[in-house]
Design a protein around this ligand. Sequence first.
Ligand code: TXA
Ligand code: MG
Length: 365
Amino acid sequence: METMFRTIGRDRKENAETFQKASQILRGGGLVAFPTETVYGLGGNGLDKQAALKIYAAKGRPSDNPLIIHIADLKAFNELCVDIPQTAYLLAEKFWPGPLTLVMKKHKNVPYTTTGGLDTVAVRMPNHPTALRLIKKSGIYIAAPSANLSGRPSPTNAAHVLQDLNGKIDMIIGDGEGDIGIESTIVDLTGRIPMILRPGYITKEMLCEVLGQVEIDPAVEQGKQNVQRPKAPGMKYRHYAPKGEMVIVEGMDERAVVNKINSLVRDKRLQGIRTGVLATDRTKGAYRADYVISVGSRENERCISSRLFDALRRFDDFGAEFIVSESFPRKNVGYAIMNRLSKAAGGRIINLDEKKENEDDSNRM
Ligand code: TXA
Ligand code: MG
């Protein structure tokens, strides 16, 4: 299949043609990748079983992993969901359009192929003019997972989408970089207490301000691969992973972290292994790896989240076989950043402070 590639630019007429063409494809059951403020999505008609099956096939994604349906106005609630709780309206008012996905009971309109067999459906109103215009213009609800091959880091620009899906889908619309860069926060509203199934840019604290009480699903906290049935089925799969082996080094003392990373890298380089380090601006000059990428200033969480997946993909492009990453404080957006990083590393984290504590313990005994 030939994939049509169009970018959104200054020319209004060309843009109008792009939306026209994309809408035709979506209404005809085809697939169009498009930008959102988080990551690029691979869109198809959310109410069309066949379109959902095509999405799974193009991504190579297991079909028990449900899709998020993207909407452009709140009227959609009543066509996609039933038993809509008041909390949904409160969150929509505060955070939509934006990087927040709500899980509610599904309406019978929504096919089980879209929801991966679940009786619930995930809904989000993205905060991106191109995404919103496409939803409105096509007049459909767009089911869209991230537009990457299953298991690879999510795409934050059109080049990433081309890399993964060229020849597999009908069209790609390019329009800049996802400025948040990590996928939406998912909140399950079907239980007594709203539950975060996937952390993101909208933090627990922000949700608590609106709802009072919100909890994080234990499967997220564990951040490990050994959870049998996390509520967001996608969280159980190996994810975001670069091709090389990856490990995170964590510690309060920056110098100690740099030294540890350099010593891990040195051992691998002596074995002829190509190494990479995911660094930040202040430390990037201190590493002796084959390839060092800075994700920006430690103080700027937004910058780090927006560059994270691109960095992981660049390690692949470079052919890095062993990658070490610095870690980030697990507060605010840092919580979501560390969630993605630790998945990318398959849970391998070396904590220098814990080691020290343990050593202190053993000294005391
Ligand atoms: O920011 C985002 O959410 C991006 C952009 C494109 O909107 N989309 C995205 O979709 O990240 P995807 O398919 O890569 O991740 C969707 C996650 C999966 O972990 C899936 O298991 C979970 O949402 N999910 C979808 N429907 C669900 C449901 N009914 N109940 C629980 N989890 C659900
Ligand atoms: Mg995804």
